[in-house]
Design a protein around this ligand. Structure first.
Ligand code: Z5A
Length: 214
């Protein structure tokens, strides 16, 4: 019969501040997409399972001190080391739902005072997400949620800075109408994310993969 055009998977990114609900939503989204018959995998950054990820984990748990520039480059390297796997999944037709990526990389380091352009440069040329769903949450709300305050960066002043930088970068993210996502109930947000994800999967099926910030 006629050759079927090969449909690639979509790179769906969930970004947002601490406690905004990325893990909760990513898990629910992956489950729902699978139930609807889509091929999908769940990934998160930092990927703490690799040797580079182990160093990042020790840094986040404050058992290890590292220069701000050095740790920034480790976070970026941790994404680069996953590129081959991500490209392989996408080109074989599997979508990926990813928690955090270069936007977290840039905002967290810039919030420490590193120059924005310098922060972006090591991530230039990574695979670009097909959609970035930004879960926004006011910091005072995040502080009320479970688990806040256990790792490095988990203090309100720092998180307020990070949120400001995220909001500055929103024009750069391919987002839909995501205002106040994280203020809605888990199920309301879930419904919106499922709709966005399916729309993205359909839209990107025959489009080429793109490079970030190029
Ligand atoms: N970092 C960096 O510096 N550079 C980089 O390049 C990258 C990351 C990639 C670790 O990240 C740190 O690394 C992070 C950024 C920095 N530092 N900080 N802060 P991480 O992703 O491993 O962080 P995490 O601590 O595992 O995730 P998180 O951001 O803290 O949480 P979340 O995934 O967004 O939220 P959640 O676990 O799904 O939900 C939190 C709680 O809220 C939980 O009890 C839920 O049941 C509840 N929840 C969720 N949604 C709702 C709604 N809608 N209503 C009410 N309650 C809710």
């Amino acid at each position: 019969g006629p050759l079927q055009p090969l449909c690639r998977g979509a790179f769906i990114l969930l970004e947002g501040c601490d406690r905004a609900g990325k893990s909760t939503q990513a898990a629910k989204l992956v489950r729902k997409l699978k139930a609807r018959g889509f091929l999908v995998e769940h990934m998160r950054f930092p990927d703490r399972t690799t040797p580079i990820g182990n160093m990042i984990d020790a840094y986040l748990k404050s058992t290890k001190e590292l220069d701000d520039h050095a740790v920034h480059l480790l976070f970026s390297a941790n994404r680069w080391e996953c590129m081959a796997k991500m490209k392989k999944l996408l080109s074989s037709g599997t979508s990926i739902v990813v928690e955090r990526y270069a936007y977290s990389g840039v905002t967290f380091s810039a919030a420490k005072g590193l120059e924005l352009a310098w922060c972006k440069s090591p991530d230039i040329g990574l695979l670009a997400p097909d959609v970035t769903l930004f879960l926004d949450l006011p910091i005072c709300e995040a502080g009320k949620r479970e688990g806040f305050g256990e790792e490095r960066y988990e203090n309100e002043d720092f998180q307020r800075n990070v949120r400001g930088l995220f909001l500055d970068m929103k024009h750069d993210m391919t987002v839909g109408d995501i205002q106040n996502y994280a203020r809605k109930t888990i199920d309301e947000i879930h419904g919106e994310l499922v709709a966005s994800a399916i729309e993205t999967i359909k839209k990107c099926a025959t489009l080429p993969l793109k490079d970030l910030w190029k």
